[in-house]
Every structure is written in structure tokens, then in C-alpha cells.
Design a protein around this ligand. Structure first.
Ligand code: ZN
Ligand code: ZN
Ligand code: FE
Length: 762
């Protein structure tokens, strides 16, 4: 019997070779019909023997294109149309898009083979790609995903490329960034003095390899922006990079030639290897083996971990033929957005009107514009689960599924490590890492990307969610937004909700949030919080004892101030001339806001142990404290969980006394650091047990930047699970403020839903 079926397929189905796959399956089964990209995804009509039509859909479901994600298929049976053959037809015009845009994809094995095949016409071409690989999100201006709506629009295909592009049997059928040496993007080498520009691609690559070999620092244009590259084994080059980037200690990421070379330097588990080799090719934080003793101190001086990754563009593969390892760090200055455009190159190469000298000695650029800046993603595997430090290239703009249908929502995120989030139709799209909004270029970029994403996702926000901190620049942005409805979400509630949204939890849960700072509902700075939370509301049931933060933000940069504050408050130190002004500040209540921050407790202990007086990057004190801790030590110090009114206070006075006593006795810092970590984990457990007795809650959600401390996270999860708590953490978005926007969107969505349900009937 003959039948004709139309299917609409929704999800990540464009830019992933979907139509050629459909074409292949349909023609192999002798079916008639067509396939096309539309505003709602892909539309397929197939006509033929009903068993064969069934076989077609079964095969598509079982063997979809490698990079496709089918979210939903709706089918209807049509009257026979008498199709004589199967065709790929031009895209339907654009409307309300529910197409999910693909993230950028690492080069595939087929393209890699061609890249190094002397006989192939693309041999050695640094921009080779196909429907299974190459740039996506970073080149897309609009939907549907067609070449004229990408930054490839300016390149006219040569005859052989055009033939491949229009041949449904070809791997490059409708591969929008498809190109070759003749018709596509080209490399260009720019030296700081602008002399020495050379023409064709290959000699330039040779020259760049020479320069890197001599210890030069080269800005190299990648998928989402420039990297600053130098030879990872050249300590002089590294020292120069640190000095020029004003970055004395913060770790650099290292790109290794291949997985074998990487494994010689780092310990790699099976899961970590899968992450490293995945099409997202993130930077994975791994344990360093120290085979080359000179390498580590220069690259990652504060800890035994290393952010390592593998080549992901053809250009990387060509470069890495000549090096075992290159430092590849984001091409920017501290807090500024990553440089992605040639007009911004003076930032890196130096210019007469910039305030600093050159950071790079030369730049290897190309003429394919970057539409969206996008840093490398950074993650780690803890307890077999993924933990993001930074979510960007390779993962953005993959959505997080929302359990509740939502109106169009914009959540503007926090101020540091900003990301924003757009939500509609049960999906939340979290932006790439934007950065620190206090830098005006970053703030500009924030506004620019929100506008670009709204257009791309066809989202016109009816609701804007924001952090309660009145002076966050993201909050001020929200205030000015024209949307009718604004929803303020408390910082730590948003952290908890980000985990709830990821795991489809609706609560109530016990939310444990340990972070640096977040604005509390009482106007003080929170940061060591236990919330009983649902998606819509929360109650603060416990928190760390508050201490003054002498100097405000200055105390965050200078951990010794926090140590002084804690020691003075506990009466545990003499007032030396250095401490006198701190004491006076605190007593006068001058610029010394109270904080329950857990991050500051780690700062204080690290400073007491002499590990970090003044930090040169965020969380440096805590990172050093963790790095030195001996994980074999199981003892802990005394602490108290004190009832105060309706809530509990976690009081670490006994712990601080223990730290001082051990230090005075000359006990090893590695033991003291471990005992401190254990004490915090034990106090978390104790508090959760108390909350369980009172509220009968079994589910604990852990979030906040302090849980990026692997030792603390492992100890806490272990302790909670041993007492049969169900424990959830962030695995899709960062636990730091980079995940805040997802939580804000989840809370706003839930509040809108409950508002609709509880609308009084008139
Ligand atoms: Zn490919
Ligand atoms: Zn061509
Ligand atoms: Fe936070």
C-alpha cells in the first residue's frame, strides 16, 4: 500500500548534515518527496510503500546525523501526491524559529584525513570543514541557517565547491562554511610594526611556526576570538606573556599536540578522555604528572592541576604538527572581552594610543568574520560528573530543557562571570561567558549580545529577571529594559534554582550555597547560605556567622584583611601596628559591611597560614589552600551549629582556634588545610541533619563558586550520601555566577506559572 507522510522535526537539525542524511535514506529506499529547512526545524515529506516509509522513519530515529539532536517529531498522513523523485528544496521563509542552533564543532575525521592528504584539493587548507564539523554559532547572524545569513556570505564559492555544495550525495551538501584555498578565507600575518606582511597561506604558517619556535607570542584568530599562543616549554616566553598580560599567577591553558602527548603530562580518566576528544573540545582541568619539572611552575604555579585541551580547528592541527604543547590563553587583557575582530587587534599588538605595550609580537589572522565572541569552555570531572568553570564554545547555545512552559524570559545574570539567559517554549538558552560587566567594553558586549540573541532566538522578553543587588550593572540594565514585568531573584536562591532546573527538581530542597558574595534580602552580603527552597520561594534556615569585611571589595582582593577581621572578632590576636587601622575601621563601622561569605572564610584561613596575603586573581587564596591540603587527612576541628531564633548559625570559632594552635605547634600546613576543609564539610552535614529533622527534607542541592573546590565538594557529597541524602550539583552550567542566569530564569518562569494559576477569578 502506498502512503504519504509529512514530518516536522524540531531540535538541533540545521547545520548538522540533516538534509543530506534524509536524502540518502529516502533515495536508498526508493521513496519520493522532499526535505527542507524551515523556521520550525526540518520538514520532510516521504511517499511510497508504507513499510518503506516506516523503515525510513525508523532509520532516521536510530541513525540520525552524528551532531543532530532530535527534540520532537510530529507527523501527519497526507493524500498521495504522486512524487516521482526525492528532492532537497530551498528553505521556507523565516518566521518564529524553533530551530536549535548548533554549537561550533571540532574538525571531523574525514576532514582531518583530507587536510593531510597530499592528493586532496584541500590539502593543508586551514579552513576545511563539512556538514559534520566546523564553525556554527560563532558565524551565524540569523536563521534559517543558510550561507547568506552567516559570516561566509562574503565568500563566493568556486566551481568545484559549488558543485559539492549542491550535490545531496556529497558530505559538503549545504555545508554553509564550505570553502577551499581558491574561494575561501585566507590567513594573514600581521607583525606589530605592520611590516612583513606576506601573501599566500602556507609560507605564513611556516613563518608563524618559526616565530613561536623562537619564543615569540603570537595572537592567533580562532573560532570565537584570538588566542595568545607561545611555546609551553619556553620559560622565557611564558614569563614575558605573564608580564605583558599582567597575570603573575593565574593558570594558563595548554593545548597538546594529541591525546598521547597530553597523557604523558596529565592523568586522564576514561571520562576525561571522552571530554577532551568530544566535538566540543573543552579545556579539561586535569592532574599534572610533573614529567617536565620546569613546565608546571610557569604555567600553573598555584596548584597541581592543569587546564589541558586538544586541537579543534584545522589551523590548530597544522600548527601542532610542530609543537608538543602550546600555551593558548584568551586574547584579551584582564576583564576585557576576548578580541575577535581585526579592528580590536591594537589591544594585543599595541598602538600609539593604548595605555600599555604590545602583548603579542605578531598576529595570525584570517578574513572570516567572527559574529559571536566565544571563549573556550573550561570544565572538570568530579565524582564522574561534569563541572563547568566556564561554559562557552562547543556548548553554547545548547538549551536546557525546562519542565514548565514559559513566557519569553530574559534573565540578565550577575555582574562577574556574567552570562544571560533567554527562555521560551520550555527551553532555556544560556549565553556564552560574557565576563566582568564592570569593564565597559564587556558591558557593551553584554548589551550587544542580548540584542543579537533576541533576534536569533526570536525572543521578545515579556519578563526580565535580575539579581536583587541594586548596584549590579546587569540589574541596572534590567531596570531600563522595556518589558512590562520585572522579577527580582535573590542571588543564592538563583544558584539553588539553577541546580533545580538542571535536574527537574521542584522542591522543597535544602539548598546549600557557598560562594563569595551575593546580596541578601536583609541588605547584608550573604555567601554561606542554607535555604529551604522551591522554584518560587525560599527561606533562609541557616548561614555562616557574619564577620566584617574591612575595606569592602578591597578585602576580597587582600585576604589578610579578612584574616585580621576574623582574628580580631574572635579576640585571637594582638593589635599590631598593621592591624590597628583594620580594628579602627571595624569599630567605626567604616566600609566594613557584614558578610556570611564562605569564600571569605577560606581566604581568612589561607592568609592565617601565610599562603596568600594579596590575591592576583579571583579565589587564589582558596586555590592555594586546596592545593596544599593533604587529602589523606580525615580529622577535623571543632565547630558549632548554634540555634538563633528560627535559624541556625554555623560558627567556626573553634576551627580558627584549632588552626592557630596547630600552626603554633608547627604542624604541617598540608594537615591544617585538610582539617579545615573537613571541618566545613562536617558542618554542612551537621546543619543538613538538623534541617532534615525539622523539615523532613532529604534532597540537598549544592551550588556556588566555593564548590569548585574539589576536595570540599568530594568531602561534602561523601558525608551527605553516607547519611542517605540525595545530593545534586550543577552539571550543565557553572556553579559559580556563570550559572546564575539559568536559576533566575527558572525562578521567574515558576513565579509566572503560579501567578497564572492563582489569579483570582472575577
Ligand atoms: Zn568535516
Ligand atoms: Zn572553493
Ligand atoms: Fe554567587
Amino acid at each position: 500500500m502506498k502512503t504519504c507522510v509529512r514530518a516536522r522535526i524540531v531540535g538541533r537539525v540545521q547545520g548538522v548534515g540533516f538534509r543530506p542524511t534524509v536524502y540518502r535514506y529516502a533515495t536508498q529506499l526508493g521513496l519520493g518527496g522532499f526535505v527542507c529547512n524551515g523556521p520550525h526545524g526540518v520538514t520532510v515529506e516521504v511517499e511510497g510503500d508504507d513499510q518503506k516509509v516506516g523503515a525510513f522513519f525508523e532509520r532516521l530515529a536510530n541513525e540520525p546525523p552524528r551532531q543532530a539532536v532530535i527534540a520532537d517529531v510530529s507527523t501527519e498522513v497526507l493524500a498521495g501526491k504522486g512524487y516521482e523523485r526525492f528532492e532537497v528544496v530551498e528553505s521556507e521563509s523565516d518566521g518564529d524559529a524553533s530551530v536549535h542552533i548548533s554549537p561550533d564543532l571540532a574538525i571531523c575525521d574525514d576532514c582531518l584525513r583530507e587536510l593531510f592528504d597530499q592528493q586532496d584539493r584541500r590539502h593543508g587548507y586551514p579552513f576545511i570543514n563539512c556538514t559534520n564539523c566546523g564553525p556554527r554559532f560563532t558565524i551565524i547572524r540569523d536563521l534559517p541557517y543558510d550561507r547568506d545569513k552567516t559570516s561566509m556570505a562574503g565568500f563566493t564559492m568556486c566551481e568545484p565547491c559549488d558543485r559539492e555544495y549542491h550535490d545531496p550525495r556529497d558530505r559538503r551538501f549545504h555545508a554553509q562554511p564550505d570553502a577551499c584555498e581558491k574561494c575561501g578565507p585566507r590567513l594573514d600575518l600581521i607583525t606589530a610594526d605592520k611590516s612583513n606582511r606576506e601573501s599566500s597561506s602556507r609560507p605564513q604558517l611556516v613563518r608563524v611556526i618559526e616565530l613561536l619556535g623562537h619564543g615569540d607570542i603570537i595572537a592567533i584568530k580562532g573560532l570565537g576570538g584570538y588566542h595568545l599562543a607561545c611555546d609551553a616549554f619556553n620559560s622565557e616566553a611564558l614569563a614575558r606573556l605573564r608580564q605583558r598580560k599582567h597575570r603573575p599567577h593565574k593558570p594558563f591553558a595548554v593545548m597538546f599536540r594529541d591525546i598521547e602527548t597530553l597523557k604523558r603530562h596529565c592523568e586522564v580518566s576514561e571520562i576525561e578522555e571522552a571530554e577532551l576528544l568530544s566535538v566540543a573540545r573543552p579545556i579539561v582541568v586535569l592532574r599534572w604528572k610533573r614529567v617536565t619539572p620546569t613546565l608546571q611552575p610557569a604555567v600553573s604555579p598555584d596548584s597541581q592541576t592543569l587546564g589541558a585541551f586538544l586541537p579543534y580547528t584545522p589551523l590548530h592541527y597544522l600548527l601542532m604538527q610542530s609543537f608538543d604543547a602550546l600555551v593558548m590563553t584568551s586574547g584579551n587583557l584582564t576583564d576585557e572581552p576576548i578580541v575577535s575582530d581585526e579592528s580590536e587587534l591594537p589591544t594585543l599588538l599595541g598602538s600609539t594610543n593604548s595605555s600599555h605595550g604590545p602583548v603579542a609580537d605578531a598576529a595570525l589572522t584570517h578574513d572570516r568574520p567572527i559574529v559571536h565572541k566565544c571563549d573556550d569552555s573550561v570544565l572538570r570531572v568530579v565524582n564522574g560528573k561534569r563541572q563547568f568553570f566556564r561554559r562557552a564554545r562547543g556548548f553554547v547555545p545548547n538549551p536546557v530543557r525546562f519542565a514548565v512552559a514559559s513566557p519569553h524570559i530574559l534573565a540578565v545574570g550577575g555582574e562577574l562571570k556574567n552570562t544571560f539567559c533567554l527562555a521560551r517554549d520550555g527551553y532555556a538558552f544560556l549565553s556564552q561567558h560574557i565576563g566582568d560587566l564592570k569593564d565597559y567594553r564587556t558591558y557593551d558586549y553584554f548589551g550587544h549580545e542580548i540584542a543579537a540573541w533576541q533576534k536569533l532566538m526570536r525572543i521578545e522578553p515579556e519578563v526580565v529577571a535580575y539579581d536583587l543587588h541594586p548596584s549590579y550593572l546587569s540589574t541596572k540594565y534590567a531596570e531600563r529594559h522595556p518589558a512590562a514585568k520585572k522579577i527580582g531573584v535573590q542571588h543564592h536562591h538563583a544558584h539553588v534554582a539553577s541546580v533545580m532546573a538542571e535536574h527537574d527538581l521542584h522542591g522543597p530542597v535544602i539548598g546549600v550555597v557557598l560562594d563569595g558574595t551575593g546580596y541578601g534580602t536583609d541588605g547584608t552580603i550573604w555567601g554561606g547560605e542554607f535555604l529551604v527552597a522551591t522554584r518560587t520561594d525560599f527561606e533562609r534556615v541557616a548561614h555562616l556567622k557574619q564577620y566584617p569585611l574591612p575595606g569592602g571589595d578591597k578585602a576580597i582582593e587582600e585576604p589578610w584583611r579578612m584574616a585580621a577581621s576574623v582574628l580580631l572578632s574572635e579576640g585571637l590576636c594582638e593589635v599590631t601596628p598593621k592591624l590597628r587601622p583594620i580594628k579602627e575601621m571595624i569599630e567605626a563601622g567604616f566600609n566594613s559591611p557584614l558578610t556570611s561569605s564562605a569564600g571569605r572564610m577560606f581566604d581568612a584561613v589561607a592568609a592565617i597560614l601565610g599562603l596568600c596575603d594579596v590575591a592576583t586573581y579571583e579565589a587564589q587564596a582558596a586555590i592555594r589552600l586546596e592545593a596544599i591540603a593533604d587529602a589523606r587527612v580525615r580529622e577535623s576541628y571543632r565547630f558549632e551549629v548554634l540555634a538563633q531564633g528560627q535559624s541556625w548559625i554555623l560558627y567556626f570559632g573553634g576551627t580558627i582556634r584549632g588552626v592557630l594552635e596547630d600552626k603554633r605547634r608547627g604542624n604541617d600546613v598540608s594537615v591544617i588545610a585538610a582539617k579545615f576543609h573537613n571541618s566545613v564539610a562536617a558542618a554542612i552535614l551537621q546543619t543538613c541533619l538538623l534541617v532534615r529533622v525539622e523539615r523532613g527534607l532529604e534532597t540537598v542541592v549544592l551550588s556556588g563558586g566555593v564548590f569548585q573546590n574539589e576536595l570540599l565538594l568530594q568531602r561534602t557529597v561523601e558525608a551527605l550520601q553516607a547519611q542517605e541524602f540525595k545530593v545534586f550539583t550543577n552539571t550543565l552550567v557553572p556553579p559559580n555566577d556563570g550559572g546564575l542566569a539559568l536559576g533566575q530564569a527558572a525562578v521567574a518562569s515558576a513565579r509566572m506559572k503560579s501567578e497564572l494559576e492563582h489569579k483570582p477569578c472575577v
